[in-house]
Ligand binder design. Structure first.
Ligand SMILES: [Zn+2]
Ligand SMILES: [Zn+2]
Length: 168
């Protein structure tokens, strides 16, 4: 029997940037807001939220680009300085403590399906929801139908991480 690894490696397309998440994330959200749709050019963004000190830069460096955000406070998107792929970002709300890892940049993105779908009011046709996920229509209207992990995530998302021990 194998023990599931809690390491998650990823990087950019040109492989200049390589990084590692040293634990599982706090949670994974699938954001259907218009801003994420524009930034990804896709129907939604998939982000793994994790404490910044649990992300190691294994190789290369990132260039931080200040980018406007829905809140008006902006987000800092960390990109490969060569191929410009975004590997993670920090939103003003969570400060530098919480990184939003772009799940699609992980070597094995299938390991981190979403726990929660947010801004579902602007979901594009054809996007599907993972069963038993919590759905938020917007920042104020959401349906509490998810597992406990996702419910706890709601608090973390707005008030910052309180996890103290690894893999809690
Ligand atoms: Zn690159
Ligand atoms: Zn979004």
């Amino acid at each position: 029997m194998s023990i599931e690894s809690t390491l998650f490696d990823g990087g950019c397309t040109c492989r200049f940037v390589r990084y590692r998440m040293t634990t599982k994330p706090l949670f994974v959200h699938c954001c259907h807001c218009r801003w994420c749709q524009r930034e990804t050019g896709a129907s939604f963004a998939l982000n793994a939220l994790i404490e910044a000190d649990r992300v190691q830069l294994l190789q290369g460096e990132v260039e931080i680009i200040n980018t406007p955000s829905n809140s008006g406070k902006g987000q800092k998107i960390s990109r490969c300085p060569q191929c410009r792929i975004a590997v993670w970002s920090n939103y003003a709300g969570g400060g530098d403590a919480v990184r939003f890892i772009r799940v699609g940049t992980l070597d094995e993105p299938d390991r981190l399906p979403p726990d929660i779908h947010i801004f579902t009011a602007s979901k594009q046709p054809g996007s599907y929801f993972r069963p038993m996920c919590q759905l938020w229509l917007s920042t104020t209207k959401h349906r509490r139908c998810g597992p406990r992990k996702a419910l706890n995530a709601e608090r973390l998302y707005w008030h910052g991480p309180h996890r103290s021990s690894p893999n809690a």
